[in-house]
Design a protein around this ligand. Structure first.
Ligand code: 48F
Length: 256
């Protein structure tokens, strides 16, 4: 019995990882913006792989505001909550509150249920860049990476890569700081996010969601970081809408 339990897990997991060596899209980071994109593209039939460095996918949504586990969603993003069957309560004319555990678990469930493959406790530590295009990622176990163990990685190829790593914009930083590539708008470095301004940050997260280098897209808080826009705190409309916008951009690129 015990042997069968172990071999079942090993064979299912190996099949999943082998399929992930050639994806349509690899998403670095399973926060709200990345999970929305994963759900939507997987639902359309694309092969989507998510690499998340923490044990629990969900990013910065679980903790609400200062661990008060409620988040705020503006009216513009309510249709997304409805599509994902997430309950909400009206708080002011424009703002709604949502239980952060319900919202986060629903986003993870939909991504996985729609067919996106999630690898948790795994980190994107580098990019595959060939012929001036991002063609995949280099991964390692998060504990190996965190402890600085000298262990060589595995490589996963993809037609597109999405930096959804939130505040640190880790993937774009690999491109600019490590390889000295310029972004498509001519910038040679990341600006990193500015101080709190909820209105500006919410707008900027969507506005700056873009393909920043051939094959490399950015969404969510990473889009704010790359463009030097404001943080917005525990309001998540920009994250959900950014996930929707990048879905359209990537789907168009995959059809090119
Ligand atoms: O930070 P995060 O939730 O990203 P997001 O989708 O949403 C931001 C909001 O949560 C919040 C906010 C806006 O309301 O201010 O912060 O932009 O999730 C990013 C995820 O990426 C993972 C990290 O553990 C987190 O779960 N991550 C970061 N770097 C890597 C990574 C990496 N190199 N490889 C894999 N995962």
């Amino acid at each position: 019995m015990e042997k069968d339990i172990s071999t079942s897990i090993l064979s299912a997991w190996t099949q999943k990882l082998q399929a992930a060596t050639a994806s349509d899209l690899i998403i670095a980071g399973a926060g709200p913006s990345g999970l929305i994109c994963a759900s939507e593209l997987a639902r359309l039939g694309y092969a989507v792989t998510i690499i998340e460095k923490n044990l629990a996918p969900g990013g910065g949504m679980w903790g609400g505001a200062m661990l008060f586990n409620e988040i705020v969603i503006p009216s513009a993003a309510i249709p997304i909550l409805e599509a994902y069957k997430i309950s909400y309560k009206q708080a002011t004319k424009e703002l709604y509150t949502v239980d952060s555990c319900e919202a986060t678990s629903a986003l993870i469930y939909h991504a996985s249920h729609n067919g996106a493959k999630i690898f948790n406790a795994v980190v994107v530590e580098d990019l595959i860049i060939t012929e001036n295009k991002v063609n995949g990622v280099v991964i390692n176990w998060a504990p190996v990476h965190e402890r600085g163990m000298q262990v060589d990685p595995l490589c996963l190829e993809a037609k597109a890569v999405l930096d959804a790593t939130g505040h640190p914009c880790e993937v774009v930083s690999i491109l600019t700081a490590k390889n000295h590539f310029r972004l498509t708008d001519g910038k040679s470095s990341i600006e990193y996010e500015r101080s709190m301004n909820a209105k500006m940050g919410e707008k900027a997260a969507v506005e700056h969601t873009a393909e920043v280098f051939p094959g490399l897209f950015v969404c969510g808080m990473a889009a704010c970081g790359v463009s030097g826009s404001n943080r917005m705190g525990p309001i998540f409309g920009g994250m959900l809408l950014s996930g929707m916008k990048v879905t359209k951009l990537i789907a168009a690129a995959l059809e090119r």
